[in-house]
Design a protein around this ligand. Structure first.
Ligand code: ZN
Length: 150
């Protein structure tokens, strides 16, 4: 499914995930992907438009748990505007586009998931949960129609 390097990154994060736990006073959201058995309780602490802290308690397949671990590392300390870019780049990669490696860093290890449609929700679980807390799904503003030619 994956090449060895990517496999190692995923297994590493699956076996020893980063940012495991619950955060006192944070927004907490539960989510799951029942057809695979993936579950997560995500805690997100946002102050001044910045994710000051993030943690998760999860169970499920290596893809879902590694993706959660990688996501929490990537977004911790970041402003929501940057996280929105990460989310959209990650989602595009998981849906088959060539990844922006500079932006996504270790998360490119999950690029191979794009070839396995059934695993896409595993990789997206953490991000979709985060999108319930942060306004990540807002599309870019439409170009002002009054500024068109004519
Ligand atoms: Zn899964």
């Amino acid at each position: 499914m994956f090449n060895d390097l990517y496999q190692a990154v995923i297994l590493d994060h699956y076996r020893t995930p980063s940012n495991v736990g619950q955060i006192e006073g944070a927004v907490q959201v539960r989510n799951d992907h029942p057809s695979c058995g993936d579950k997560v309780l995500l805690s997100v602490l946002v102050e001044d438009g910045i994710v000051q802290d993030i943690a998760f308690v999860g169970e499920g397949c290596s893809i879902s748990q590694a993706s959660l671990s990688l996501m929490t590392e990537a977004v911790k300390g970041q402003p929501v505007s940057v996280i929105r870019d990460l989310y959209s780049a990650f989602r595009d990669m998981i849906h088959g586009q060539e990844p922006d490696e500079e932006l996504l860093g270790d998360m490119v290890a999950l690029h191979g998931v794009s070839r396995f449609v059934a695993r896409v929700p595993c990789a997206m679980l953490g991000w979709e949960t985060l999108a319930q807390v942060l306004p990540l799904d807002q599309p870019a503003p439409d170009p002002d129609p009054t500024c068109g030619p004519g």
